[in-house]
Design a protein around this ligand. Structure first.
Ligand SMILES: CC(C)(COP(=O)(O)OP(=O)(O)OC[C@H]1O[C@@H](n2cnc3c(N)ncnc32)[C@H](O)[C@@H]1OP(=O)(O)O)[C@@H](O)C(=O)NCCC(=O)NCCS
Length: 278
């Protein structure tokens, strides 16, 4: 593998993206980097892990930052041909080098819907309400679950007091043939560096959203990010996140998404104190 490089796409409108179709059949105005991220995500989550294609693109994609790792990959476009009697090359091999997207990761800003309830079962991104269960969302949680800006309090867990704004790391994926080379570590290093350099980037603006929408009664309630990062990790890859400094949040419990067991993990980045955006 040549030296991979990483590119960033900041939040952008993705209107017109058709989530029922693969990345190869999207409108031409969709940014190429996002198409590349979807190429990786479709390979990993849809083809390998068998998630439905429609679940792969969601409303968080437009408001998230996306990082994509590219590797220079050389492939044969026309095979060498030899004369069978003389063994001389009659047509030389032709090849092309392509920057191939091999890994991706996104950072989702706050606010987030409520923490998944312990024992919850998500199918196609929707929490299933079991007939006989203890897993019932409160009316406040249901309202936040369906809100486009789900500000408001959450339940407290081991590492989250239920109030503090946090960003989410998600859709971490490396295509199978490039695994085991710490590609995901490099993606996280790029995202972490960016977060440390831009701690106020996701702070919402009071003048454009208003105090009510921010669920802020006083100036001290105006949400601002102070370095807290969460991930919903597939249990099988907890070790990768632990290496990055995340710890499993026992209080958040376990839940399943498309039948895959998940746990919550948190870490805190040391970031400069910022002022809320007025
Ligand atoms: C999780 C993932 C992004 C890690 O990417 P990566 O760049 O290969 O990460 P690493 O190189 O650090 O390898 C991580 C572990 O994968 C294992 N691994 C190594 N080579 C591998 C390979 N060819 N195929 C599968 N796993 C491999 C190793 O156990 C390694 O652990 P180690 O720390 O003991 O060496 C990648 O495995 C992936 O895309 N998995 C499927 C999608 C997924 O589960 N995403 C997380 C959602 S929460």
């Amino acid at each position: 593998m040549g030296t991979p490089f990483i590119s960033l796409l900041e939040p952008t409108r993705l209107d017109g993206y058709d989530r029922t179709k693969p990345h190869t059949q999207q409108p031409s105005h969709i940014p190429p980097l996002f198409i590349d991220a979807m190429e990786v995500r479709e390979t990993v989550f849809v083809t390998e892990q068998q998630w439905p294609l429609e679940c792969e693109h969601d409303a968080d994609d437009a408001r998230s930052c996306h990082w994509v790792t590219y590797a220079s990959v050389n492939r044969t476009t026309r095979a060498e041909v030899r004369d069978p009697t003389t063994n001389e090359v009659t047509q030389p091999r032709q090849s092309e080098t392509r920057s191939m997207p091999i890994g991706t990761l996104r950072i989702v800003p706050f606010p987030h819907p409520p923490h998944p309830p312990p024992g919850g079962r998500y199918v196609d991104g929707e929490l299933q309400q079991e007939a006989d269960d203890e897993v019932h969302a409160s009316p406040a949680d249901e309202r936040r679950e369906n809100a486009d800006m789900p500000f408001g309090n959450d339940r407290a867990t081991t590492f989250h007091d239920g109030r503090e704004p946090y960003v989410g790391v998600g859709r971490v994926a490396v295509v199978p043939e490039f695994r085991g080379h710490r590609v995901a570590d490099q993606l996280w290093a790029a995202a972490k560096r960016w977060l440390e350099e831009n701690p106020a980037y996701f702070n919402p603006s009071v003048s454009s959203l208003g105090m009510d929408r921010l669920e802020a009664a006083a100036a001290t309630d105006i949400p601002k990010w102070n370095g807290l990062v969460c991930t919903h990790a597939q249990e099988a890859v907890v070790k990768v996140y632990q290496r990055w400094g995340f710890q499993v949040d026992e209080g958040m419990g376990k839940w399943t998404e498309q039948g895959i067991p998940h746990v919550g993990m948190f870490m805190r980045l040391q970031v400069k104190e910022t002022d809320p955006k007025i």
